[in-house]
Design a protein around this ligand. Structure first.
Ligand code: SF4
Length: 368
């Protein structure tokens, strides 16, 4: 059983086997310009992604739903989701971004007003600064608690979900409160509502998630089947990405500041953090020259792979130089930390500009 509200480390292979997630690899050749996270194996799994590839190829309507739960500061690992949304927006998707204030209230005890503040000044601000275009017609961001279509749909759908099922999927016990148990059903409605008549009717929908969110995907797909005859739902697709390792070698987490580079960090702080990150280097320089480093165990290499190096050739060069002992960790860290500093110098300016825009976005009426 996976608990989507805990931060346990994931065994990707076991998960894929146990819950029937299929490899993403099979689709790489069918996508015209795959995202670098697809090419580099960070996005490793999928369910029914074929219908999304088909919709993109035939220029047909499709949607992406990617929620945010405003319960802490965003770190560089969260950037991955926005990078994917940017790519989908360029590929013609309708983008839906539910702000999970109901889930933040029930699972984390965050007040609705605090959720809204955090969503505006942290999440939406970062999303804009990272390049997502909120001026376009095909994007809808909303607070769950203020989207009546979603709230009503969740109620209708919950008629065909019972306590035993929620217990089997999420492990809820008799002491679980109703709000927490109801929160996943709001998410089910978030994912399915783009397909109801008022929102344009049935269409392929994809949800890009980390594997810890798979319980929500499984529940949604089952509920979609149960309501197919009423709404004509097409069972939603999903993709799964690996989590970036934290700077200390543990999972990167907002609640453990030493593991994370926050998107609100100054360029100098971000640079310093890269310089003190755990590497896959050897005990001594001589040993490293002789045996080479281990990029597979290196958090600096991961930063290059996930975020800092757009060029596949440059990334390969670092990998081979490391493996062959041609580059030492000091030099490699210096290069990566300068790249990180440059990124944050540019990003911080964009963040400042984005704050004003972000304040107005939730005042707009939700499109659906
Ligand atoms: Fe990591 Fe670079 Fe050291 Fe290799 S040389 S282990 S990639 S820091």
């Amino acid at each position: 059983m996976i608990d989507p509200w805990s931060s346990a480390i994931i065994d990707y292979e076991k998960l894929t086997e146990q819950f029937g997630i299929k490899p993403f690899e099979d689709f790489k050749k069918d996508i015209e310009n795959p995202h670098i996270l697809m090419k580099r194996g960070v996005i490793f799994g999928q369910r029914d992604y074929g219908r999304i590839v088909k919709a993109m190829r035939e220029k047909k309507e499709f949607a992406v739903v990617s929620g945010m739960m405003p319960s802490g500061k965003m770190h560089i690992g969260h950037k991955m989701i926005v990078d994917q949304l940017n790519w989908y927006q360029k590929n013609g998707a309708d983008i839906y971004i539910p702000i999970a204030d109901m889930e933040a209230y029930s699972a984390r005890g965050v007040d609705f007003e605090d959720s809204k503040e955090l969503a505006i000044f942290e999440y939406i601000t970062n999303y804009i600064a990272l390049g997502l275009d909120f001026e376009k017609d095909n994007i809808d961001v909303y607070l769950q608690s203020e989207n009546q279509i979603v709230v009503d749909l969740a109620y209708i759908l919950s008629k065909r979900v019972n306590f035993n099922e929620m217990k089997a999927i999420y492990g809820f016990s008799g002491s679980a409160n109703f709000a927490h148990m109801y929160a996943p059903l709001i998410q089910v409605a978030d994912i399915l509502h783009p397909q109801i008549k008022e929102c344009g009717g049935p269409k392929p929908v994809v949800v890009p998630v980390g594997p810890d969110q798979d319980p929500h995907i499984r529940l949604t797909r089952d509920v979609a089947e149960r309501f197919k005859s009423k709404y004509g739902f097409i069972t939603p697709s999903s993709t799964y990405h690996r989590f970036i390792t934290g700077l200390t070698g543990d999972k990167m987490s907002s609640s453990k500041p030493k593991t994370a580079i926050f998107l609100s960090d100054s360029p100098q702080t971000a640079q310093k953090k890269v310089k003190s990150a755990k590497t896959g280097g050897r005990e001594s320089l001589d040993e490293q020259r002789e045996l080479g480093g281990i990029p597979e165990d290196c958090t600096v290499y991961e930063l290059l792979l996930y975020h800092l190096t757009g060029s596949d050739d440059e990334l390969k060069e670092v990998y081979h130089n490391c493996k062959n002992g041609n580059i030492m960790c000091g030099e490699c860290k210096n290069n990566a930390s300068s790249m990180m500093k440059n990124f944050f110098e540019d990003f911080n300016q964009k963040r400042e500009k984005a704050k004003k825009k972000a304040q107005k976005i939730l005042d707009r009426e939700s499109k659906c």
